[in-house]
Every structure is written in structure tokens, then in C-alpha cells.
Design a protein around this ligand. Structure first.
Ligand SMILES: [Zn+2]
Length: 251
């Protein structure tokens, strides 16, 4: 069964409990017996940013923990590990999957999107737009697709000239006229940021790394998406402060 590694926890002296995201079945937990010792069954340690073909077996009927009998490496996105910014973004994606994909709940389209993200991440230098693009679309695959086109209240197309306000809970914006009626929609969005968000929502991967973003827009969108993701995943992500640190401080 094809899949990627989300998290590894040492278990005893030689085993690891590994959380996997599988193309066909979503997240599962599995034990890799002897992985820290046996080079026979596991010639390599199981690493993130690699794709494996796993042979899995249920340990006992009714038990949710699987046993990894073997893992053959299919693909390696090794370039991600050569750049701290790429590692930070990769880990951010893995954390979202860990939190938001349910056990044994298949997400084949999300799986394919994650592999495309790893490929683009390993080949591309435009990390910022990729971060925003991936955040918007991964959340979309998980059922929280944000709306950057029309006002949440009056449903009219948003005008970039107006002062629109973002509502993380509802994953969208309200226009200037509707915003005056509400006290909850607090984050105002600049026209430049709105244009970028609208573009990223519709774009496909090849167009993404070429987008140029001012440092102000980077900070603005990073904050808006952080609020959006944190609200819907119902917790702050551990990987986000580090991602923001390595990306926002760098020119
Ligand atoms: Zn409106």
C-alpha cells in the first residue's frame, strides 16, 4: 500500500510506532518491529518526504495498530532536506495531515496533491507562494475551502478597491458595506493580498512559484492563513512558528 510517513515515535529499544498517510485508506498507525536494528527488513529508516510501498498486516482482529512487514521505497524528495525552509514547509504539511486526516478515512486526491507539493517543493525556489498555495488547497481538500471571490453576506463579488474584512471562522470575506454591520469581522485585507489569494485559489502548480510578493503582503497573508488554519484545526500548529521564523525573516 502506497503511502508516506507522518510521524515516528521510538518504542522500546528497537521498534517505532509510525503514523502513515496511505493513498487508499488515509491515516493509520503501525509498528515497525526491529527498525532500529534490522537492516534486513528495513534497509533504510523510514523517513518523511519519501514514498513507500508498505506491506501491512493487522496484528490482531479488531486492533487498530498495524504491523509493517516491509517497506519498499518508491520515491525520494531528497532535495527538501537540503534547505531548512523546505523542511519547515514540508513539516507544516505533515502536521496538518496528522491532525486533520481521520484514521482509515481515504483522501486519495489530497494524497496526490501532497506528492505534487513535495515535487514542487524539491524543485522550486519560490517557497512563499507555495506555502500559501498549499495551505489554501490542503484546507480545501479537508472540507474548509476558503472563499475569496464574493462577500459572505451580500454575495456580491468583492471589489479590490474596497476595504474587505476576513472572517477566519467562516473562511471568507465581507465587503466594506456589510462589514459596518458586524463587529466580528476584524482583519482587513489589502487589495494586493486579496488579488494574490484569488489567484492562488484558482492557480495550478506551475504558475505558483513565479508570483512576486512584497514583504508586507507576505506578512499579511501569512497571518490571515494562520488564523484560518488554527481556527478550523482547533489548535495552534507546532510547526507554524518555526515556518514563519525561517520564511518571514529571510528576504
Ligand atoms: Zn457584502
Amino acid at each position: 500500500m502506497e503511502g508516506i510517513v507522518l510521524r515516528r515515535i521510538d518504542y522500546g529499544e528497537s521498534d517505532q510506532i509510525i503514523k502513515l498517510f496511505l493513498k487508499e485508506t488515509g491515516n493509520i498507525s503501525a509498528i515497525a518491529k526491529g527498525i532500529k536494528r534490522s537492516k534486513k527488513r528495513f534497509p533504510h529508516r523510514l523517513e518523511p518526504f519519501r514514498v513507500y510501498d508498505f506491506t501491512l498486516r493487522k496484528r490482531k482482529p479488531g486492533q487498530s495498530l498495524y504491523l509493517i512487514q516491509s517497506a519498499d521505497q518508491i520515491r525520494d524528495f531528497e532535495e527538501i532536506k537540503e534547505d531548512i525552509r523546505k523542511i519547515a514547509l514540508g513539516n507544516f504539511i505533515l502536521e496538518i495531515l496528522l491532525i486533520a486526516v481521520k484514521e482509515s478515512h481515504p483522501h486519495p486526491e489530497l494524497y496526490d496533491f501532497v506528492l505534487k507539493t513535495f515535487r514542487n517543493l524539491s524543485e522550486s525556489e519560490g517557497i512563499f507562494p507555495l506555502w500559501f498555495y498549499v495551505a489554501i488547497h490542503v484546507m480545501g481538500f479537508l472540507g474548509f475551502s476558503p472563499n475569496f471571490e464574493t462577500c459572505l453576506k451580500c454575495k456580491k463579488p468583492l471589489q479590490k478597491t474596497e476595504k474587505n474584512l476576513f472572517n477566519p471562522a467562516r473562511g471568507g470575506l465581507v465587503c466594506q458595506q456589510c462589514a459596518t454591520l458586524s463587529k466580528t469581522d476584524k482583519t482587513s485585507v489589502t487589495s494586493e493580498a486579496l488579488g494574490v489569494l484569488q489567484f492562488l485559489k484558482k492557480a495550478s502548480f506551475p504558475a505558483v512559484p513565479r508570483i512576486k510578493l512584497s514583504s508586507q503582503t507576505r506578512t499579511e497573508i501569512a497571518s490571515l492563513l494562520t488564523n484560518f488554519i488554527t481556527y478550523h484545526l482547533e489548535r495552534p500548529l507546532k510547526t507554524l512558528p518555526f515556518l514563519q521564523e525561517v520564511l518571514l525573516k529571510k528576504k
